[in-house]
Design a binder for this molecule. Structure first.
Ligand code: NAD
Length: 304
């Protein structure tokens, strides 16, 4: 047992299995008291069918730690609020929330139904909002706290998971908004884009060159929750962790600008001006997709 998070109260959603479970176990091992949330649903969401939150609490307690289970659905406002209420009732404060819960419903955009779009966005994006909303109200008064959202490299775009990609992009903007809006209250907000072996990554139809274990991700999250990261004023960041690799993503910024002289823009003037001046920023994932298509045509196993 370490003491990286000694005295802190941390809530983790989706903590019944996979990365969330590893985060909850690591936080408890580093001295945090942990609220373990999981609704216990299959990978595509739906009705709960297991009590995984309770079993992770038992693991933590058996290892000498302190934890409490909350089996609510974080895609509801009441679920997000309950996680924070339980932390306050049980332990008197909330120092960090880590929103890991997620589901997948894969379908090409042109075939995707409302039933495949809504729950995915509700679990990832709204499920981060509900917890951030409830926690930040308390953290603002405490004058300290850490919010952590879970995104994915897929926020850049996805062939068959537009719902998931859109939610993950939204989480990054939500995290940056939280970082901006709560900075003056001493609250930090960051996002993690993991690549780790879980039931979710087992679904990826390609060989991942860079992948690690949930415990690698848990180590990064533990650091981000700690005073060491707060001393470095780490906020508004997106980190990838994939086995031995940690990477920081660029802040979105304008790449190139051009200015019209004289008369107002018309489509015709833009057609003459834009391609040779402002141009495009090529999409790395499109190039990767084309390389994969070539590999598939050559009957090789595609990499990513
Ligand atoms: N595994 C990877 O390589 C990878 C890659 C990119 C992003 N991610 C992201 O990391 C996070 C964790 O992924 P994982 O691989 O551990 O997945 P996982 O499926 O193993 O675990 C997700 C957990 O979330 C819980 N959950 C789902 N809906 C919930 C709800 N409404 N309320 C409460 N709990 C709910 C599930 O019951 C499950 O235990 C997800 O946000 C995922 O999108 C994972």
């Amino acid at each position: 047992m370490g003491n990286f998070l000694a005295g802190k109260v941390i809530a983790v959603t989706g903590a019944g299995r996979g990365i969330g479970r590893a985060v909850a176990l690591a936080a408890a091992a580093e001295g945090a008291r942990v609220v373990v949330n999981d609704y216990g649903v299959p990978i595509e969401g739906g009705e709960p069918e297991s009590e995984v939150a309770e079993s992770v609490v038992k693991e933590i307690v058996a290892a000498g730690g302190q934890a409490v289970a909350v089996a609510d659905d974080i895609s509801t406002m009441a679920g997000g609020q309950r996680i924070v209420d339980v932390a306050l009732a049980q332990y008197g404060r909330i120092d960090g929330v880590v929103c890991v819960a997620g589901i997948l419903r894969e379908r090409m955009l042109f075939n995707m139904s409302e039933e495949e779009w809504d729950p995915v966005v509700a679990t990832h994006l709204k499920g981060t909002f509900t917890v951030f909303r409830a926690a930040s109200a308390v953290m603002r008064k405490q004058g300290s706290g850490t919010l952590i959202g879970f995104t994915s490299g897929n926020h850049q775009g996805s062939v068959a998971q537009a719902n998931y990609s859109a939610a993950k992009g939204g989480i990054i903007s939500l995290v940056r908004s939280a970082a901006l809006g709560l900075n003056k209250y001493g609250v930090t907000a960051n996002a993690v884009a993991p690549v780790a072996r879980t039931r979710m990554s087992a679904n990826v139809p390609m060989e991942l060159k860079e992948i690690g274990e949930p415990e690698d991700v848990a180590a990064l999250v533990t650091y981000l929750l700690s005073d060491r990261a707060r001393e470095e004023k780490i906020t508004g960041q997106v980190y990838t962790i994939a086995g031995p690799k940690i990477a920081v993503w660029a802040q979105p910024r304008e790449l190139r600008a051009g200015y019209a002289e004289g008369a107002a823009w018309t489509p015709e003037r833009i057609a003459d001006f834009l391609p040779g001046t402002v141009g495009v920023d090529p999409m790395p994932m499109l190039a990767q997709l084309e390389a994969m298509a070539r590999a598939a045509a050559a009957k090789e196993r595609p990499n990513a």
